[in-house]
Ligand binder design. Structure first.
Ligand code: FCB
Length: 457
């Protein structure tokens, strides 16, 4: 276990700071057609020739559907507080409306109870992208009816599990669903239509707001929120055209989501830019979207660089990159958190995902992934710096517990702190997992000593 290069200030984190790991259903479960589960749009997309880099699919993935107990044992062994996971909608409600699948609900009930038995606090995500294919057949997220189907789904899940989970996230990364799924076509459902993509973004936000209203009306005790993928967008140069491009990309990535959630309006510069591609909004939609949030989750991996000349080549910065080709830029996380606090009335913030893909090799039962450890430590230090500057940080969840199905990259990109041999399903803790475990032991010791301080001392 190598020491990270970035020192993390001791005692930087409050005693109630939540440490965790994150996963998602489609990426780890497998059991694609077991126990009454119907196909999701990702099951379908994996069948499209050329859609997935290694032509793989999620039929088995990490076989977590069968191995969840052992996987939770591993999570518990790390010493984390919280386990972030998602529900596969077509596993619990195969058609996306109407009948519930008892076997699917039972699976998640066992999973949640399994977390609680191991002292892991469940952080549930409702939509981590695997929309029931049956709903896609009726127009998917582009169809306003799907908004109401999502609210019903949210209520059904909360009715069954809401008393035992600490937190419910409506959507994971709506920008990705809208833009990569419906504008660039590189993610499911593989469509390329900007007008549709903006309507999808609106429907995702609206369904988030209506679901929060419904869950609150139902008396939900879980903390309710949403998870966004955000990055600072830097201009490639000081040239006005690059600065303008950076402002534009920030509008589409960050302000398009943050402004309606916190200010009840879409950013006017982007509405103007979209023209006829701007979404159809009905009376009351914006009020519905701007529900108070108990927390906001951020997934942070890298910064973005904008150039008026077209896509920017990371090689130009000379910074180190991960196996995804993403720059390693931990200071961008502090910058982002400070900016959010400056521009929006933010609730407690979680980093709900952060981690890196690296080309790992198992050697004599070990994985010496020093680069991942350094990446994680540097980003935790970036969170510590945001806390020091007064940002209300509530937790950090590492992506990911296990190597898994990395969407269009298939199994080739490994984000886990636990290595998975996809032939044998053998799990091997990487050095980064051992480092995280050691780091969390230190945090526990600090918590214990802070509790030991006598009252009034
Ligand atoms: C995020 C996704 C997550 C994972 C990481 C690497 O965009 O939420 O499922 O694939 O990227």
């Amino acid at each position: 276990m190598t020491a990270p290069e970035t020192p993390i200030p001791s005692a930087a984190f409050p005693a109630d700071f939540v440490w965790g790991v994150a996963t998602s259903a489609f990426q780890i479960e497998g059991g694609a057609s077991l126990g009454g589960k119907a196909p999701s749009i990702w099951d379908s997309f994996c069948r499209v020739p050329g859609a997935i880099a290694d032509a793989s699919h999620g039929d088995v993935a990490c076989d977590h559907y069968h191995r969840w107990e052992a996987d939770l044992d591993i999570a518990q062994g790390l010493g984390i507080d919280a386990y972030r996971f998602s529900i596969s909608w077509p596993r619990v409600q195969p058609a996306g409306s109407g009948a519930w699948n008892a076997a699917g609900l039972d699976f998640y009930e066992r999973l949640v109870d399994g977390m609680l038995q191991r002292g892991l606090t469940p952080y549930l995500t409702l939509n981590h992208w695997d929309l029931p294919q049956a709903l896609q057949d009726q127009g998917g997220w582009g169809h306003r009816d799907t908004v109401h189907r999502f609210v019903d789904y949210a209520r059904g899940v909360a009715r069954r599990l809401g008393d035992r989970v600490a937190s419910i996230t409506t959507h994971n990364e709506p920008w990705v669903v809208a833009t990569l799924g419906h504008e660039n076509g590189v993610f499911a459902p593989g469509l390329r239509d900007r007008r549709l993509a903006m309507q999808v973004a609106h429907h995702l936000l609206l369904s988030h707001g209506l679901a929060l209203q419904a869950l609150r009306a139902d008396g939900s005790r879980a903390q309710l929120g949403i998870v966004l993928n955000l990055s600072p967008v830097h201009a490639a140069t000081d040239a006005p055209a690059d600065q303008a491009q950076a402002r534009h990309e920030d509008g589409r990535l960050l302000r398009w989501y943050m402004d309606p959630l916190f200010h009840g309006r879409y950013p006017q510069d982007i509405v103007d830019f979209l023209g006829a591609d701007a979404p159809q909004i009905q009376h009351g939609d914006l009020d519905a979207i701007a529900q108070p949030l108990d927390f906001l989750g951020l997934n942070y991996y890298t910064r973005a660089v904008a150039s008026a000349q077209g896509p920017w080549d990371v090689a130009q910065s000379g910074l180190e990159v991960t196996a995804m080709g993403w720059e390693i830029y931990p200071e961008g996380l502090t910058e982002l958190l400070l900016r959010l606090r400056r521009d929006y009335p933010v609730p407690p913030l979680f980093v709900t995902e952060n981690g890196g893909a690296f080309d790992d090799v198992v050697q004599d039962g070990r994985v010496h992934d020093a680069a991942r450890t350094a990446y994680v430590a540097a980003h935790i230090a970036a969170v510590a710096e945001a806390l020091r500057q007064g940002v209300p940080m509530a937790g950090y969840m590492l992506w990911s517990l296990l190597d898994n199905f990395e969407w269009a990259s298939g199994y080739a990109k490994r984000f886990g702190i636990v290595h998975v041999d996809f032939q044998t399903q053998q799990r091997t803790l990487k050095d980064s997992a051992l480092w995280y475990r050691g780091f969390l032991q230190q945090q526990q010791a600090l918590r214990a000593s802070s509790r030991a301080v006598p009252v009034g001392a």
